[in-house]
Design a protein around this ligand. Structure first.
Ligand code: HEC
Ligand code: HEC
Ligand code: HEC
Ligand code: HEC
Ligand code: HEC
Ligand code: HEC
Length: 180
């Protein structure tokens, strides 16, 4: 047994060397609504064994052009990432949004002083569905710009920043805006 150890070791090591060298770790999936989603080959090969055919080419074609965009609703029914991320083989797409979607800070360009929104701060208190998609479609280009008057009346940030649930949009200008 022992004298086979180096051979065994090589056999086990080889696939990881091959995958590490020959394919890029991160495949970036472009989505028109949410920007980009990063997929890590290395983490998956680690979790699944070095088994390319789990995904190629039935679930994903290695040619990105050949993959149609898939909605979260379709994923929840077992397509794309949802083939495994169903709460059984791997964590479900019905939750864990932030595991796959990077949540950066959002800057709203305002002439009087840009306004900033932090996902990090808000997702400690709320879940995604408290804001998406009713208050904000998670796609910048599809949301109408909102005025401060509309916010005071309860739109956008004003749904919570009403002086009750959170500090009011009628004051505290510099809490959100880069202005004195
Ligand atoms: C858990 C699923 C999964 C496994 C297993 C997997 N891949 Fe992928 N692979 C993907 C996804 C997702 C993409 C991105 C597809 C897209 O962009 O539409 C991709 C893309 C690729 C691409 C194109 C890369 C690019 O940047 O355009 C190649 C090449 C590839 N995979 C090779 C492999 C090989 C070789 C293996 C086995 C060692 C493997 N994959 C295992 C999911 C997987
Ligand atoms: C063939 C099955 C399979 C497919 C398809 C698949 N995954 Fe996974 N994924 C797994 C398994 C198994 C794990 C590890 C177990 C877990 O974390 O629940 C995992 C873990 C992950 C993790 C956590 C990685 C870490 O360790 O931090 C992310 C993020 C992820 N997957 C994203 C994706 C995305 C995005 C897609 C679609 C583009 C996808 N996966 C498609 C099986 C799959
Ligand atoms: C396992 C990884 C994964 C998880 C978990 C996940 N997503 Fe996604 N999501 C993706 C990928 C990949 C795409 C892009 C798919 C494409 O373009 O084919 C996407 C696309 C989307 C889209 C645009 C398509 C659509 O359905 O309108 C929205 C919005 C979205 N995700 C929101 C969410 C929310 C909210 C959650 C949590 C409830 C979530 N996602 C959980 C991987 C994930
Ligand atoms: C308190 C409200 C709130 C919560 C909670 C929230 N978001 Fe957002 N999200 C926003 C706002 C505001 C925007 C920016 C909308 C715009 O630009 O018009 C945004 C934008 C996005 C975008 C687009 C990113 C971009 O750069 O434009 C994605 C993706 C997203 N959110 C995903 C999520 C996910 C996933 C969760 C849960 C983990 C979540 N959000 C929780 C308010 C929220
Ligand atoms: C779903 C409710 C909700 C929505 C929608 C919401 N917020 Fe908040 N926000 C809160 C709560 C609750 C707090 C913490 C309580 C407080 O500070 O009064 C908070 C805190 C903040 C803070 C202080 C964060 C810190 O660093 O301590 C800023 C800045 C902020 N929100 C900006 C925004 C902006 C900009 C928007 C709109 C794009 C927005 N919020 C939408 C509930 C919300
Ligand atoms: C909770 C965060 C928040 C607070 C507090 C806040 N704003 Fe805003 N404000 C925003 C966001 C976000 C936008 C951009 C909205 C959009 O484009 O959809 C905005 C837009 C604006 C605009 C451009 C739209 C318009 O109505 O003309 C002005 C000017 C403005 N704010 C001034 C103020 C002043 C003055 C105060 C204090 C009385 C204030 N804001 C308080 C978040 C806030």
């Amino acid at each position: 047994m022992l004298k086979h150890f180096p051979v065994l070791f090589l056999i086990l090591l080889l696939p990881s060397l091959v995958s590490a060298r020959w394919i890029d770790d991160i495949a970036v999936i472009e989505n028109s609504a949410v920007g980009t989603v990063a997929f890590s080959h290395y983490q998956h090969l680690e979790a699944l064994g070095k088994n390319c055919v789990f995904c190629h080419n039935e679930v994903f074609n290695i040619d990105p052009q050949k993959n149609q965009p898939v909605s979260m609703a379709e994923m929840a029914k077992g397509q794309s990432c949802g083939a495994c991320h169903n709460g059984q083989k791997a964590f479900t797409v019905a939750e864990n949004c932030a595991s796959c979607h990077p949540l950066g800070d959002i800057v709203f360009n305002v002439a009087e002083g840009d306004a900033s929104f932090s996902h990090e701060v808000h997702t400690e208190m709320y879940s995604c569905s408290d804001c998406h998609p009713d208050l904000f479609i998670p796609d910048r280009s599809r949301n109408q710009r909102v005025s401060m008057d509309e916010m005071s009346a309860g739109a956008s940030c004003g749904a919570c920043h009403d002086g009750d649930t959170a500090f009011s949009v009628d004051e505290n200008c510099s809490s959100c805006h880069a202005m004195e």
